[in-house]
Design a protein around this ligand. Structure first.
Ligand SMILES: [Zn+2]
Length: 239
């Protein structure tokens, strides 16, 4: 039942004033997103938007119809379904659940109405779109210029920030998609971080052992993107 969802896990929703949030809540449905679920495919009409709680959704762009590369990661700081904010009804990317967890979803037609009438929501979403664009463009540069080990460290930190747990599950195959490399490249990079005592990686289970060390091992892209989202958070207390 919607009324039982008292804790606002998603920081975009948490930043909307309480009165506006109550109005939004009537159209929000709690769902569990499961690892491997595809929420949108490129060219598909978006039927629902999602505000993740402790779930994680990866945006993947496809090349040659089958090669997938992660270009964005969305968790509790954001919303899945941004094309609707910009007036488009179709997704240009695949949205794939990479971390099982909670989310609130809303039917697209209702979201468009709420978005038009709720100025605080508009303000938060425009800030978020700006941060997401920065994340996507930084990721493009990162994929081109930075080595796999530093990119893996960055990706683990981004995941760690969103799931708020030291342990999460991720297969080699999935990490390969995230990083755009073959399994052997993932294995080498994970072993290197493992050997330095920063993580423990065993059969798809990742444990972050040394957060500060992982930050030192990541490329600067992590800080650049985090600053964008932190800027948004820092302003949440302002009217
Ligand atoms: Zn980078």
């Amino acid at each position: 039942m919607i009324g039982t969802v008292l804790k606002i896990e998603n920081s975009l929703l948490a930043a909307v004033p309480r009165k506006a949030y109550r109005s939004l809540l009537a159209g929000l449905e709690p769902v569990t997103l499961t690892f491997g679920d595809v929420l949108y495919e490129p060219g598909q009409t978006i039927r629902h938007i999602y505000f993740p709680g402790d779930s994680l959704v990866s945006l993947l762009t496809l090349a040659d119809g089958h090669l997938a590369l992660e270009v964005g990661l969305i968790g509790r700081e954001g919303m899945v379904g941004i094309p609707l904010v910009l007036g488009h009804r179709e997704s240009s990317v695949r949205a794939l659940v990479q971390g099982t967890g909670t989310a609130l979803r809303m039917v697209s037609a209702r979201f468009r109405d709420e978005f038009r009438s709720c100025l605080p929501l508009q303000r938060e979403l425009y800030r978020y779109v700006h941060a997401l664009m920065a994340q996507i463009s930084q990721t493009a540069a990162c994929n081109r210029f930075h080595v796999v080990e530093t990119r893996l460290a960055r990706w683990l930190l981004m995941t760690h920030d969103r799931v708020k747990s030291d342990q999460f599950r991720m297969t080699h195959e999935f990490l390969g998609h995230m990083l755009g490399v073959r399994r052997v490249g993932v294995t080498r990079a994970a072993q290197a971080l493992n050997k330095r005592g920063l993580i423990r990686y065993s059969r798809g289970d990742i444990t972050v052992l040394d957060r500060a060390g992982l930050e030192a091992a990541a490329c600067e892209c992590y800080e650049v993107v985090k600053d964008m989202h932190d800027g948004k958070r820092a302003r949440q207390g302002t009217p």
